[in-house]
Write a protein that binds this ligand. Structure first.
Ligand code: 4AD
Ligand code: MG
Length: 474
């Protein structure tokens, strides 16, 4: 394989021959020279290629921003500041043009509009409309590299710690969260049925029963954790929630570790150790991209990550957290939503807990059972469950998890109380019938992790093609 620009930039310039392949970012001309900056996405930095004006290069070739090129030359020390090396170019081949102006169709040639990514800075909203081209910008190139490296870091962390990677199903008949926010999967012709005034008969559907896209791989991961001790899943999950926020997607990637013989305390320790490992790797291995985010997206992201890596996460039971919130709510105008015992924490509450109470990441535990999923282990008070949410400043919830109910009777009770049928979860209940053991796990929203590390404000900008309410372009 030929070297990428990042490999070439790592070489010491000794006039060796190099070939650059990539897309033109900018072109400048001086009296004697032509400068073409080429980027191939392998790193934030592109490489400057300098041509003698007198050379035969590109007299008749129009080189615009966005064009793909192949440039041959020698790698030499750069006299310019901000770069160690540049290419003293001898030849240039235009591979694919990118017109700077609209070009009407002629002689059977199709019409081509001007390349939409011109040199100026574009708004993130505009770039969302051209998501198929936005990876060619500095911001989205950096996000893509960060995503890739962090996905790998996640596998590294778990593989190094004895977790086996389990591929849990995407299509499922069970609602893992019991929240009913699922996308249905069917091959029935619902339109034809409706026209004939018939109701769908799901026994005739593809799977012989109603099926959905999974909201979480947890339940299936539990079946493997109670066989292999430590497992994790990492895959796409789907939620048909109508939440149009900067932290929710309808399709997102979730990392879900699950450990047998582990209690909530072990789960909290795992979450903290895992996040610190991943943040640390980002700081070390994505330094250039992080410096870009720090300079152009969110001032201070690097410092925040460093401080989290060196901090000790605060642990606070829900009941104490609500007490803190109620105290603060006594001052008029602190919150839009009044906090009370039993309420789901709103993002403003999460923000307050991380930024004002703890001054860093907080793990809130032991939530009221009414606001948490059926599988969470009941505390002795019979009111709260062994849940944990990891909250981080700026973003709020990044991880949600719990110790699982390992007692058969109690779990049946919770399933029934949640309005579901125990027989639908028979296979899940078997884990409590045969060789039950305390076990725990959590889910980390991968996009929220990337948001936190990069400082990107909108979750739609940290996944290549966001799916959200009313949005499934590309
Ligand atoms: O808190 P959640 O719903 O927990 C579960 O799904 C558990 N089954 C996880 C487990 O214990 N194995 O989701 C876990 C995390 C959240 O903390 C959040 O980071 C992310 O997934 N998340 C979302 N990310 C983007 N868009 C959404 N709609 C999300 N919903 C949850
Ligand atoms: Mg949650």
């Amino acid at each position: 394989m030929f070297p990428l620009i990042k490999d070439i930039l790592a070489e010491s310039p000794e006039s060796q021959e190099v070939v650059i392949r990539g897309w033109v970012r900018t072109k400048r001309e001086s009296k004697n020279l032509i400068f073409i900056e080429v980027n191939d996405g392998s790193s934030l930095a592109g490489i400057q290629c300098t041509f003698d004006r007198a050379s035969s290069v590109s007299e008749n070739t129009v080189i615009n921003t966005g064009a793909s090129v192949e440039i041959k030359g020698r790698l030499v020390p750069s006299p310019a500041s901000g770069q160690a090396a540049e290419v003293a170019a001898v030849s240039l081949q235009l591979i694919g043009e990118a017109p700077a102006e609209n070009r009407p169709g002629t002689n059977g040639q199709p019409e081509v509009f001007a390349y939409p990514l011109q040199k100026k800075r574009h708004s993130l909203e505009f770039l969302r409309e051209i998501a198929h081209l936005r990876a060619r910008t500095n911001t989205f190139g950096a996000v893509a590299r960060l995503r890739s490296r962090m996905a790998f870091a996640i596998h590294q962390y778990f593989q190094q710690n004895g977790f086996q990677y389990v591929h849990t199903p995407i299509i499922t008949a069970s609602d893992a969260e019991g929240a009913g926010a699922m996308f249905q999967v069917t091959t029935l012709d619902l339109e034809a049925l409706a026209k004939d005034g018939k109701t769908p008969d799901y026994t005739k559907d593809f799977f012989g029963k109603r099926s959905f896209l999974t909201v979480s791989g947890q339940l299936e991961a539990e079946t493997y954790a109670t066989a292999l001790s430590r497992v994790y899943t990492f895959g796409p999950t789907f939620r048909a929630e109508n939440s149009n926020t900067t932290r929710h997607l309808a399709e997102f990637w979730m990392v879900e570790p699950e450990m047998a013989f582990a209690r909530l305390e072990d789960n909290m320790a795992l979450a903290e150790d895992f996040l610190k490992y991943v943040f640390n790797l980002a700081l070390k291995e994505c330094a250039a991209d992080l410096a870009f985010f720090d300079a152009h997206i969110e001032k201070g992201v690097i410092e925040t990550l460093q401080s989290v890596v060196n901090s000790k996460f605060t642990h606070i039971p829900y009941t104490d957290a609500v007490r803190e919130l109620e105290k603060a709510a006594a001052i008029e105008g602190t919150f839009e939503f009044k906090p009370f015992w039993g309420c789901d924490l709103q993002s403003e509450h999460e923000k307050f807990l991380t930024e004002k109470v703890a001054g860093g990441p907080v793990i809130v535990t032991d939530y009221p059972k009414e606001i948490k999923a059926f599988y969470m282990k009941m505390n002795d008070d019979e009111k709260t469950v062994r849940a944990m949410d990891v909250l981080v400043p700026r973003l709020g919830e990044i991880i949600g998890g719990s110790q699982r109910e390992d007692n058969l009777e109690k779990l049946i009770e919770r399933i029934t109380a949640s309005g579901m049928k125990a027989k639908d979860y028979s296979w899940y209940l078997d884990l409590r019938r045969y060789g039950t053991a305390p076990h725990s796990g959590f889910g980390l929203g991968f996009e929220r992790l990337i948001q936190y590390i990069s400082g990107m404000a909108n979750i739609r900008d940290v996944i290549p093609y966001p799916r959200a309410v009313g949005q499934a372009e590309f």
